[in-house]
Write a protein that binds this ligand. Sequence first.
Ligand code: GTP
Ligand code: MG
Length: 304
Amino acid sequence: MAIILRNRLLTLYSTSLLQPSLRPSPNAPPSSLSVKTPPFSPPTRHGPRFHASASRAASPTASDSARVVRKVFFVPPGVDPAEVSEDMVLPGSNIVVGPYAGHAQIKEVEFVKSSGRAKDCPKDGRPEFAILGRSNVGKSSLINALVRKKEVALTSKKPGKTQLINHFLVNKSWYIVDLPGYGFAKAPGSVRMDWSAFTKGYFLNRDTLVAVLLLIDASVPLQKIDLDCANWLGRNNIPLTFVFTKCDKMKGGKRPDENIRSFQEVIRENYREHPAWIMTSSVTGLGRDELLLHMSQLRNYWDQ
Ligand SMILES: Nc1nc2c(ncn2[C@@H]2O[C@H](COP(=O)(O)OP(=O)(O)OP(=O)(O)O)[C@@H](O)[C@H]2O)c(=O)[nH]1
Ligand SMILES: [Mg+2]
């Protein structure tokens, strides 16, 4: 399986792949935030398609044992959770690569349209991935990194740049959707979800939605509004993958891997099965090829 995984990654565009130093540290302090939401199963649109499997790294040595992180893997269709081992997991993630992974390269991308309401979105039935997250988390930058074009999606230092649902058609067969950010113009400390009606309308009515990529800024400590968003998606059975952004950045002395670990500790309490997560940076390209491979296995399974 390790060889298959390596070959699949090699068929993608070449970028630097591994950043093992960014793996979550087991010694991060616990989160100061707690969430009162009752646990729920991971969201799936068509029933229980994906499994989670708790596993330890294979045969850790005595000196390793203190550093071993208990990881809950995301196990895709076609993989027996009992057969999962570390070498099947994409670097910098908890995502197991299964038989549906493939055709991950992006050969062409074109902007199709901006829509103000879900019912104005393209109706051609092609599968799509929605890019969601707080304003300024790096949604448009991630899209540019995925498609390897600087200005496909407009980015800005100022939050609130993207205000509409923007559809980008990839390889004439599937969509990446850039969404407005949430949390813009909210007072710090405010914890209420405040999505505009059209964004909610989109999530609840979009049959072609394969998964939401929920972007979480790894350069800042855990934000309650991100947890609220994850919980809202979970309660509404919308499949999601956590994509940690800005993993190249350090702010206020807190390392991205510590922030990620804090976030996961809280998520673990809320989900019976841990959703997929992956670390990325639009600056260094970290996680790009791995994320595309993950998206391919979700898409190919959805397609069949
Ligand atoms: N260091 C670093 N900066 C990033 C990364 N991704 C995005 N940024 C910066 O973060 C800022 C916001 O990026 P955008 O991609 O416009 O964020 P957005 O989520 O699309 O923002 P809205 O459209 O306003 O919701 C820009 O200044 C980016 O250059 C990253 O991986 N690392
Ligand atoms: Mg944007």
